[in-house]
Design a protein around this ligand. Structure first.
Ligand code: ATP
Ligand code: MG
Length: 365
């Protein structure tokens, strides 16, 4: 009996619906080839457009659907002209992260042949590493509500807890193990911190060392964040899994996206103990919305990450393999170079790129 998994789908704002529709169609196509599972997609309303119409950016029913789903696919939410009364941007994805306890922000950084990237080295296509960013505490623990003493000084608090750090490090080590098994990784995890200056980071590193003992097959190294920033530019091909605090992860993730050349290619995941959200790194790109020219690849690669995660979580090897097939199909279209969107120097539209990925998926290998 094939097992049915439900996927909650936030199609979002701006280019969100344009990249989500062909991605869901592709994943449906992939799932149809599967004998051991089937997927059911449940669209859930949320975002800036929804807020403008109803006054709610993440309705309780949408949160319930997301909570009940096996995984969550999200495109991008938020529009510059739609804001909460306090002036902040509409960002239900942050609410989801907090409410569902998504403590690990996962950002793969990779370069494919033919990609125009800022680093000029014959080794650029060897770049293939992952940043795991703690996403619920660290320097973001006060949620922007630091203390300001009149005009004299301002303070923020940095919070590192043992409970979250243990889960985070275990996740990073398991990820390194999976990457190694898949022939992609080096079996190496770097704890990225500033343990020479801050007690909070000395504690972070101490917990890292403790958890590393449970993964003797994986090399565990600790490094200072400034040195890692340098490595990401000098020898990024030597990296495998980087695990770090929220603020450092925020900064290094953008550096990683910069190494990849295009935002339209960067997928991400926010993962907790039971729930996970998969979404592109880019935003809703209102400047190009409605024209059918957005690059769907980051969205498609996020869906591939979803199949990989869900397959591993539920012990479904076929789902893992199909996620890998989807990833490879994107890679083939990039290497071929004939059907690309404008951000990659091409002239093709969103649907043409998705169709090319679909064709690569069906092509015999
Ligand atoms: P956010 O604030 O939501 O993180 P942002 O303001 O940093 O987002 P994006 O919405 O990601 O910015 O857009 C940044 C630039 O990248 C824009 O010029 C946008 O058109 C372009 N861009 C983003 N995503 C894509 C995509 N999928 N395809 C093509 N161009 C994109
Ligand atoms: Mg923006």
């Amino acid at each position: 009996m094939p097992r049915t998994f439900t996927i909650a789908v936030f199609e979002g704002d701006g280019i969100g619906p344009e990249i989500m529709a062909p991605t869901v169609a592709l994943v449906r196509d992939v799932a149809r080839r599967a004998g051991s599972f089937s997927l059911e997609f449940q669209p859930v309303p949320a975002g800036a457009g929804h807020y403008r119409e109803t006054g709610e950016s993440l309705p309780a029913a949408s949160l319930d659907t997301a909570r009940a789903a096996d995984a969550i696919l999200l495109s991008a939410m938020g529009l510059p002209e739609v804001r909460y009364p306090d002036g902040t941007e509409i960002s239900p994805q942050i609410e989801l992260r907090m409410k569902l306890g998504l403590f690990a922000g996962v950002r793969p950084v990779f370069v494919q042949p033919g990609q125009d990237v800022p680093l000029k080295s014959p080794r650029v296509t060897d770049i293939d590493f992952v940043i795991v960013r703690e996403s619920t505490e660290g320097l973001f623990a006060s949620h922007g509500k630091g203390t300001v003493d009149g005009d004299r000084e301002a303070r923020e608090t940095l919070v590192i807890t043992r409970a979250t750090s243990e889960k985070l490090f275990d996740f990073a080590f398991r990820l390194a193990r999976r990457r190694k098994a898949a022939g992609r990784g080096k079996g190496l995890v770097h704890c990225v911190d500033k343990a020479n200056v801050f007690q909070a980071f000395a504690f972070f590193r101490k917990v890292f060392r403790e958890r590393a003992a449970g993964f003797p097959d994986i090399r565990a190294e600790a490094a200072y964040v400034d040195a890692v920033a340098l490595s990401m530019v000098r020898n990024p091909w030597d990296l495998d899994v980087l695990v770090t605090e929220n603020m450092f992860g925020d900064i290094l993730s953008d550096l990683g996206a910069g190494l990849m050349g295009s935002l339209g290619l960067a997928p991400s995941a926010d993962i907790g103990e039971r729930h996970a959200v998969f979404q592109p790194c880019h935003g809703s790109a209102p400047d190009i919305a409605g024209r059918g020219v957005a690059n769907p690849m980051a969205m498609i690669l996020s869906a591939a990450m979803m199949l990989d995660w869900l397959g591993h979580e539920r012990g479904n090897g076929e789902m893992v393999a199909l996620g890998e097939a989807l990833r490879r199909a994107v890679s083939d279209v990039l290497a071929d170079g004939r059907v690309l969107t404008a951000d990659l120097g091409g002239t093709a539209g969103t649907d043409a790129v998705a169709a090319a990925v679909g064709a690569a998926l069906r092509a015999p290998v």
